[in-house]
Design a protein around this ligand. Structure first.
Ligand code: ZN
Length: 484
């Protein structure tokens, strides 16, 4: 058993009760209580289940969309052609992602749930899927109320045109969004014995008013839950924040009371030394999304420097329209490899820690031992077949898990003390039926996705010109200055 990176135990029994790890003892020392379900671990490796600390479930039917685009034109492309979503659509997408993740040994997902437009019905659809399939989930309804990109464009006399975002991304008033968040918390926060949590989910510093950012931060703290917000993913976002606040987006977030141990910051690519100081000093958590950042030419999160300062860093796939699947093992491998051209490398053990203990910090603020196989932690663990292709040839366990494993070896998956995958098959839902429903949605959206309206093309081309007009493209800057 790998209790956590660096801590291996052999010949032990793990006793689970009421969703938690109750006792770890020498094999056979404490016979199983009567009526207990026993799993034979011979030839298997037990380890904590993985945490996908940043995703967007609605993109599960949009894989492969917008290849070759920087983030901002990609957003226009995606929201200009993906169509509207019903509650049932959200249910199917969330369910399909959860099925894929559970079969790969991912026991928790943080779903930064974008909806067109934000609605409690949409949240209900995603929550219902997670309740039924048995995954642990933090659902953060994504909320934006403005876009400050236009201000920067105006300042340099660039005409971005009418469509910053497509018409289907309607901005609601901050009061309405805050009321929606309160209602979501009262309906679902802590449901399914605490397996479902509602997090505040402002979309990003550049897409939210001070009122919405401060309001959601207060509300999250009042409810003892997390706040999850995209941070400085691109060069353009950094420039927008500096124009709007006269300082970095991270400094502004600190002043608005957003940073803190309950705050998680997906991407954090364009952060400077002082920003890292603020993130570490407030014990906020960065979420590294290496595949999406590569796919969209955004640059790289300075993971090594964050680690060096003692900062917490989790890892996520991001949505499937930018990472193209929900396999967190691929992100673990990328996290362990793409920083190797700098002075501070990320080890396999570091990457596994990012995907387990650090990930749980996003979901539940506080000093819980979750993400380890230790007494008192949530009983989210996976059993891997050590004779399967991924692990059979492995010499050094932590490095092998990070670099050789891909989810192929996952035999059993336990979430909250319940066996949800047994012998590689889901026990909770019919996975083939879920995939069929997803295919139906892919087909329904295909025509619009293949041929976006002309207004989308116009907006994308203006956005591309705008990004170039800032001096250098984000991709160029990233290759020159972000080698760390
Ligand atoms: Zn994202």
């Amino acid at each position: 058993m790998l209790a956590q990176p660096g801590q291996r135990l052999t010949a032990v029994d793990i006793e689970i009760a009421d969703g938690a790890i109750r006792r770890i003892s020498s094999a056979g020392e404490n016979p199983a209580p009567q009526g207990a379900e026993e799993i034979d671990g011979a030839g298997l490796l037990a380890m904590p289940g993985l945490v996908n600390a940043h995703s967007h479930s609605p993109e599960n039917c949009l894989r492969g969309v917008g290849e070759g685009l920087l983030l901002e034109p990609w957003l226009l492309r995606m929201f200009g052609s993906s169509g509207l979503y019903t509650a049932e659509d959200h249910y199917v997408n969330a369910m399909a992602g959860a099925v894929e993740m559970l079969l790969l040994g991912v026991t928790t997902v943080v779903d930064h749930l974008w909806m067109t437009p934000p609605s409690l019905d949409g949240v209900a659809g995603a929550v219902r899927a997670y309740e039924e399939v048995g995954i642990r989930a933090g659902v953060a309804p994504l909320m934006n109320d403005c876009d400050f990109t236009g201000e920067l464009a105006d300042a340099i006399e660039f005409d971005l045109g009418p469509a910053l975002m497509s018409e289907q991304v309607r901005f609601l008033e901050p009061d309405d969004l805050l009321a929606q968040f309160e209602e979501a918390v009262s309906r679902w926060h802590g449901s399914s014995d605490g397996r479902i949590r509602i997090l505040a989910g402002p979309g990003g510093v550049q897409w939210c008013s001070d009122e919405l950012l401060g309001g959601l931060a207060d509300a999250a703290r009042n409810h003892g839950t997390g706040l999850h917000i995209h941070l400085l993913e691109t060069f353009l976002q950094k420039a927008v924040c500096e124009k709007r606040f006269g300082r970095s987006g991270v400094a502004a977030l600190e002043d608005l009371g957003v940073l803190g141990p309950n705050c998680s910051l997906p991407h954090s690519v364009w952060i400077e030394e002082e920003d890292i100081d603020r993130i570490v000093a407030t014990d906020s958590i960065v979420v590294h999304n290496p595949a999406a950042n590569l796919r969209l030419g955004s640059g790289r999160c300075p993971v090594g420097r964050l680690h060096e300062r003692g900062g917490r860093v989790a890892v996520g796939t991001d949505g499937s329209a930018s990472s193209d699947n929900q396999n967190l093992w691929e992100m673990v491998k990328l996290a362990a490899l793409i920083h190797n051209d700098g002075p501070r490398w990320v080890s396999g053990a570091d990457a596994i820690t990012m995907a387990t203990t650090a990930g749980h910090g996003v979901l539940a603020p506080g000093d819980r031992p979750d993400g380890r196989i230790v007494e008192g932690a949530v009983a989210d663990l996976i059993l891997l077949d050590q004779s399967a292709d991924g692990l059979a040839g492995v010499q050094m366990l932590e490095a092998g898990l990070a670099l050789s494993e891909s989810g192929r070896s996952v035999r059993h998956v336990i979430v909250d003390g319940r066996v949800v995958v047994r012998d590689g098959r889901l026990t909770t839902v019919d996975a083939d039926a879920v995939r069929s429903a997803l295919r139906e949605q892919v087909e329904r959206r295909r025509r619009d996705v293949e041929a976006p309206p002309a207004s989308t093309g116009d907006a994308m081309s203006r956005m591309n010109t705008f990004i170039r007009s800032l001096g250098e493209s984000a991709a160029t800057v990233s290759s020159q200055d972000r080698r760390r």
